[in-house]
Write a protein that binds this ligand. Structure first.
Ligand code: ATP
Length: 589
């Protein structure tokens, strides 16, 4: 067994360590009972034929009664074990699903930014399903084969050792042939599972991007990509079928050699009086179990390997590093709470993975209660500053502080507890409007939910809905307009009542009338709070205490609106561009 296989087996064993006794009890019980019936039948035939040869009616009756008793016990107990085993596997899979879901809640933003949601979904649907088949059907088949094959071989050995040795030689040859097929089959299945992930990606792109798809008539391109991966899947599946067909035909050849040898040897021994007819028939029946072991073990082992390919992908997801409880500080400066700003970036540098630096020695700060605005050209690094503030990524260099305390002195949960965030891309969860606002503070009363909605100027449109606050927002809030979704998100942030408010173009989706209304609500809320706002429309940040113009990861200018206008540089150009009724970004695109 390769090292990779060993560690995979170790991980498989690890997932049901709390249920290993019920699992092994059910598995071995089913394995022994699956094989017990065929072994008992072969033995009973020997005893009946021996009794017939002795012409003893009482012996025949006794054997028949014993046979009936054994069969009644086996067929009563077998369903009980089957139920026990099936139930245990379901419980293991439920635990694993919960573990995976919990793990996914702890993965860092970088994981989601670097992987496709379709692939992650495929891992917890397709791959987990394949893994369940491995834990139940495949493992059970292997155990049943081993128990019945080894049991029959031992009985055969006692009935006639010459047969046992001849079969052992054939078995070793068969096992060798099958083992050679196992690895290619597993690699092939891994590729198939990966391809299933790609198909899920295509599907989720089709569903999530349906509007863009229709607007830009992209159906042909999306379809072509889907067909490509479908074609690849067909190629891989055909390759697997071909390999399995070669394996089966080789096994059949070995089976015929095996059976032919057994038949010739048996006839020779019977004619020479070296074996009874009862022993010979019983050996021929038991032989089937032994040959099945060698013929099918490789095949089942290969199937198990194929299923483990699904497990591989599940463990890859489970092994992805979780977000740490807190980040380690890149420098060792002491805390200086005395000179506390509410937020401070000191010489901060950051790059996404191994790419070029997006922020390069950035210095900026926000004092308690200030409104600080981040403006600047597209791609300058404003959203990255927000992501660092939210603790989505650790700094590469420099110091980020809140209330004078370093980032690393807080756990990420404590850090985020101090902030409320409204992003450009409002996400609403499946559920009612009230539920969505209450995500800001789960134990908020209905009165507090309504007060937050009023402050965000969302109350009027909410009560105009058929079910008011109990209206279902639909998937991602599709039953609401962009402006309505954003006002709900603002209400959610208001309810959190955190000392720091982060607004990423929070009013971008509102028309000028509702923008003004929400702006007033925000101003009321911002009193006493420290706010960092990214704004492309400069009208929304004229009142800011400090405006930082971020360009190419550095602070290009800073000051109040009036101060920056006097310098007549980047900020002035942004403003002039806006006054010409252009999008601020247009200047840079
Ligand atoms: N997850 C990511 N992985 C790699 N690069 C990224 C990632 N997110 C942003 N970038 C890159 O970082 C740079 C800064 O992006 P950022 O989103 O911070 O700019 P921005 O100033 O907010 O732009 P905009 O005004 O257009 O929203 C860009 O070059 C962008 O391509």
């Amino acid at each position: 067994m390769a090292t990779g296989d060993k560690s995979l087996m170790g991980k498989m064993a690890g997932i049901f360590k709390h249920r290993k006794f019920p699992y092994m009890f059910g598995l071995l019980g089913c394995g022994f009972l699956d094989s017990g019936i065929s072994v008992a039948t072969a033995l009973m035939i020997k005893f009946i034929l021996d009794a017939i040869a002795e012409k003893s009616m009482s012996a025949i009756t006794e054997v028949c009664i014993q046979f009936a008793a054994v069969m009644i016990v086996l067929s009563t107990v077998k369903p009980l074990f089957q139920y026990w085993f099936g139930r245990t596997v379901k419980k293991i899979m439920t635990d694993l699903r919960s573990q995976l879901f919990l793990h996914m809640t702890k993965l860092p933003i970088s994981y989601y930014e670097n992987s496709h949601s379709g692939d992650s979904i495929s891992r917890i649907t397709n791959d987990l399903g394949v893994m369940e088949r491995a834990l139940s059907g495949n493992v059970r088949s292997v155990i049943s084969l081993i128990v019945s094959g080894v049991g029959s071989a031992v009985i055969m050995f006692f009935l006639d050792w010459r047969f046992a040795i001849a079969m052992l030689v054939m078995g070793i040859l068969s096992a060798f042939v099958n083992a050679r097929f196992a690895k290619p089959l597993r690699m092939n299945s891994l590729a198939i599972q990966k391809n299933a992930g790609i198909q899920s990606e295509r599907l989720s792109d089709l569903i999530a991007g349906t509007q863009v798809n229709k607007m830009y008539q992209m159906s042909d391109r999306i379809l072509r990509k889907y067909w490509e991966s479908n074609g690849e899947l067909t190629k891989l599946s055909i390759a697997r079928t071909k390999k399995s067909a070669y394996l089966n035909s080789t096994n059949y050849l070995l089976l015929w050699i095996n059976n032919g040898g057994a038949f010739t040897l048996g006839t020779f021994m019977l004619i020479n009086g070296q074996i009874t007819i009862g022993n010979l028939l019983s050996i021929i029946l038991l032989l089937e179990n032994v040959t099945n072991l060698f013929r099918n073990l490789g095949g089942f082992w290969a199937n198990l390997q194929s299923s483990l390919a699904g497990a591989d992908r599940v463990f890859e997801l489970l092994d992805a590093a979780e977000e740490p409880e807190r980040y380690i500080a890149p420098s060792i400066e002491k805390n200086d709470a005395g000179a506390a700003c509410m937020i401070e970036f000191r010489g901060c540098s950051f790059a996404y993975g191994n790419k070029d630096r997006v922020l390069d020695g950035l210095n900026c700060k926000a004092k308690q209660g200030q409104l600080v605005a981040l403006v600047g050209p597209s791609g300058g690094g404003k959203s990255t500053v927000m992501k660092l503030l939210l603790g989505f990524y650790p700094l590469e260099q420099g110091e980020l502080r809140i209330e004078g305390k370093r980032f690393s002195d807080h756990t990420l949960a404590e850090w985020r507890e101090k902030m409320a965030y409204v992003s450009q891309d409002t996400y609403l969860f499946e559920g009612t409007i009230a539920d969505n606002i209450r995500y800001g503070r789960v134990n908020a009363t209905m009165e507090e939910v309504v007060a937050a909605a009023q402050a965000a100027f969302a109350h009027d449109f909410i009560i105009a809905q058929a079910d008011g606050y109990n209206t279902n927002v639909g998937e991602r809030g599709t039953r609401l307009s962009g402006g309505q979704k954003q006002r709900i998100a603002i209400a959610r942030a208001l309810l959190k009542n955190a000392p720091i408010l982060l607004l990423d173009e929070a009013t971008s989706a509102l028309d000028s009338e509702s923008e003004q209304a929400v702006q007033q609500g925000l101003e009321r809320l911002m009193k006493g709070k420290t706010t960092v706002a990214i704004a492309h429309r400069l009208s929304t940040i004229k009142q800011a205490d400090v405006i930082y113009v971020i360009d190419k990861g550095k602070i290009a200018e800073q000051g109040t609106h009036d101060e920056l206008l006097k310098t007549g540089s980047v900020y002035t150009r942004l403003l002039q561009s806006q006054e010409r009724n252009c999008d601020v970004k247009a200047l840079y695109l």
